[in-house]
Design a protein around this ligand. Structure first.
Ligand code: NAD
Ligand code: MG
Length: 390
């Protein structure tokens, strides 16, 4: 029996993870569930999965959850705040941690899981984008296991030989081909993108996801963050990672080898596939996802991304090239810009302009510690907020 902590249990990935857990009560038990503010949903999840601990964001949310759980006669301890998230991510009673908090807020608990040598299922790409080498070192030095949940990286992981990280030069990997749907604005006239609303931006054609990642998909910053994520996960240089637009989201990514072979992983666009793959790895379990009917899909299309339409993708490549704190600066400015766009404070096209201005204004420095990262993150946020106020 594997005991799992789900960070961000009430989110899109958290809910899909619990769906897989519920299908395999003989294999998985829930150790801890966490959420930020959605106390009602977390209470329902507690009732169904009976975790040993529940964690929320604030003392008010903790009081509210505690009351609901008491009314249901559930004696589940409730904690709150970052220290509690780190505690449930590193507790000896837990074997595996699903890191599914959105944004930089997930970095400290994901890092705590790495330091505790856990099996980490990483959905929270922002944590790895920010911390890069520090995170990978923490995984290696503490004997943690890192398995990608992001569908593209999970696909690449499945298409690479098992010993890839130990023998990268003899594996003959030439390129990682990250597929991208292109989001809801793939063919919309560029001149009309100024006018798009948050509702249009979060309406992804193939995937149902949280609001932040949905906007990131519409700007293609999501793919940019994934390029940086792929660099760290697979030790690939920027020029070994190529982005290919594939509007059907059936091929989740590919690996191209020196002998001309290209291996791809295909499936219906449902995150329960990569979640079940990582949870059971190296075994396979059912996920509830229907098998793919290629005759129903009919055709698969591919095109090159247009960097004028999607400047965020270029900004991410630039940040990867610049190194040091640049990806953390990029990520923080993007988080502020996306939130401002969702709050209707800035237009869609201002997102990339704002990030570019912050990156120009803040030169990157080497990442010697987590403190350096958190400082870069907060400088970038302050500057982005200042630009929005101007
Ligand atoms: P979501 O917005 O649906 O859920 C986010 C979760 O994090 C919620 O449980 C929320 O309570 C919690 N949370 C939010 N802010 C927090 C904070 N400050 N402190 C603690 N907890 C907080 O997001 P999602 O779509 O499930 O995405 C989660 C992560 O997984 C993101 O990093 C995203 O990029 C990644 N991801 C998601 C998908 C997908 O299909 N949804 C696919 C690939 C990767
Ligand atoms: Mg993805």
């Amino acid at each position: 029996m594997q005991r799992i902590t789900i960070l961000g249990a009430t989110g899109s990935i958290g809910v899909s993870t619990l769906d897989v857990v519920a299908r395999h009560p003989d294999r998985y038990a829930v150790y801890a569930l966490t959420a930020h503010r959605n106390v009602q949903q977390l209470a329902k999840q507690c009732e169904q999965f009976l975790p040993k601990v529940a964690v929320v964001g604030t003392t008010e949310a903790a009081d509210a959850l505690h009351k609901i759980l008491q009314q249901k006669n559930l004696n589940i301890p409730v904690a709150y705040g970052e220290a509690a998230l780190c505690a449930v991510a590193s507790a000896t009673e837990c074997d595996m941690v699903m890191a599914a908090i959105v944004g930089a807020a997930g970095l400290a608990p994901a890092m705590a899981a790495a330091h505790a040598g856990k099996k980490i299922l990483l959905a929270n790409k922002e944590a790895l984008v920010m911390s890069g080498q520090l995170f990978m070192d923490a995984v290696t030095e503490n004997g943690a296991t890192l398995l990608p949940i992001d569908s593209e990286h999970n696909a690449v992981f499945q298409c690479l030989p098992q010993d890839y990280r130990r023998f990268p030069s003899s594996a003959g990997v030439q390129k990682i081909l990250l597929t991208a749907s292109g989001g809801p604005f793939l063919h919309r006239p560029v001149s009309s993108l100024d006018m798009v609303t948050p509702e249009e931006a979060v309406a992804h054609p193939n995937w149902v996801m949280g609001r932040k990642i949905s906007v990131d998909s519409a700007t293609m910053m999501n793919k940019g963050l994934e390029v940086i994520e792929a660099h760290w996960l697979f030790g690939a240089a920027a020029n070994q990672i190529e982005v290919v637009i594939h509007p059907q989201s059936v091929i989740h990514s590919m690996v191209s080898y020196v002998d001309g072979s290209v291996l791809a992983q295909l499936g219906n666009p449902d995150m329960r596939t990569p979640i079940a793959h990582a949870m059971a790895y190296p075994e396979r379990i059912t996920s509830g996802v229907l098998s793919l009917d290629l005759t129903q899909i009919g055709q698969l299309n591919f095109e090159r991304p247009d960097l004028l339409r999607f400047p965020c993708l270029q900004l991410a490549f630039d940040a990867l090239q610049a190194g040091g704190t640049a990806p953390a600066i990029l990520n923080a400015a993007n988080e502020v810009a996306v939130e401002a766009f969702l709050d209707r404070k800035i237009g869609f096209r201002v997102i990339d302009q704002l990030i570019a201005r912050v990156m120009d204004a803040l030169p990157p420095c080497p990442v010697s510690s987590m403190d350096v990262l958190f400082e870069a993150d907060s400088h970038s946020r302050e500057m982005a907020r200042e630009f929005i106020r101007l």
